[in-house]
Design a protein around this ligand. Structure first.
Ligand code: HEM
Ligand code: HEM
Length: 182
């Protein structure tokens, strides 16, 4: 069972990490938008705690993913891509990786500087930092508008992978689904 990445394919650790984070990020964007539309109530307070816990989990997985990726040979684009397509692929992947850290990190800052503590997966708790509008405000902007940007980028990212699969009939999507694609 290939766990590590090579120049031509992803290993299981990268594959499982990619799909877990993808699910968490898309789920948390939907969850966050539902929360934003709810009036203040004890139920909303409880749901925000769930959102924060899942968000901190996404942050931890994103950091693991970046650390793992730096230890690995990075899989290149499948053969036959133009230089421009390879550059665009690199840029999109790097932007998505940055976003997987920036979205939860902005959520943590927004909470802390709006006067709420943040529990880090039961390991430790970062205490509330009082109400500091010049940090909480921009953090909220990044959290909200960064989420819209990621939705747009992921739509393009998913579309490109479907075009590779159905139009070009190349292994781009298959190698992100299995470490031993047929
Ligand atoms: C339905 C949703 C998605 C599909 C179909 C999809 C598909 C893929 C595929 C096929 C690759 C390999 C591309 C290649 O090697 O050229 C890939 C890589 C990647 N995807 Fe996605 N993806 C999805 C969602 C996401 C989300 C939500 C994120 C993060 C916000 C994300 C971030 C990345 C990154 C950073 C890579 C580069 C490889 C790595 O670092 O793991 N993807 N994706
Ligand atoms: C990948 C991780 C995350 C994503 C994609 C995400 C996404 C979102 C989105 C889209 C919103 C709605 C924004 C708005 O319209 O105002 C939201 C709200 C919120 N998020 Fe996150 N979030 C993530 C992680 C976190 C983390 C780690 C925390 C804190 C520890 C957090 C705390 C909050 C809070 C407090 C709200 C405001 C709820 C309200 O009062 O309406 N989020 N999130």
């Amino acid at each position: 069972m290939p766990l590590t990445d090579t120049r031509s394919r992803y290993g299981w650790i990268s594959i499982i990490n990619h799909w877990t984070i993808a699910l968490l990020i898309l789920g948390l964007i939907a969850f966050g938008l539902v929360l934003a539309g709810m009036p203040r109530s004890p139920d909303k307070g409880a749901l925000i705690q769930v959102h924060k816990t899942l968000g901190v989990l996404a942050l931890a997985l994103a950091l693991v993913r970046i650390a793992w990726a730096t230890l690995q040979t990075r899989p290149g684009a499948v053969e036959g891509q133009s230089v421009a397509a390879e550059r665009l692929r690199d840029l999109l992947h790097r932007t998505l990786l940055v976003a997987t850290v920036a979205l939860p990190a902005s959520g943590v800052l927004m909470s802390l500087y709006n006067g709420h503590a943040v529990a880090m997966l039961g390991l430790f708790t970062i205490p509330a930092q009082g109400e500091v509008a010049w940090i909480a405000g921009p953090a909220h902007l990044i959290h909200e508008w960064g989420s819209y940007l990621v939705l747009a980028l992921v739509a393009g990212h998913a579309l490109v992978s479907l075009i590779h699969h159905f139009w070009n009939d190349d292994p781009t999507l298959r190698r992100m689904l299995s470490a031993t694609p047929r």
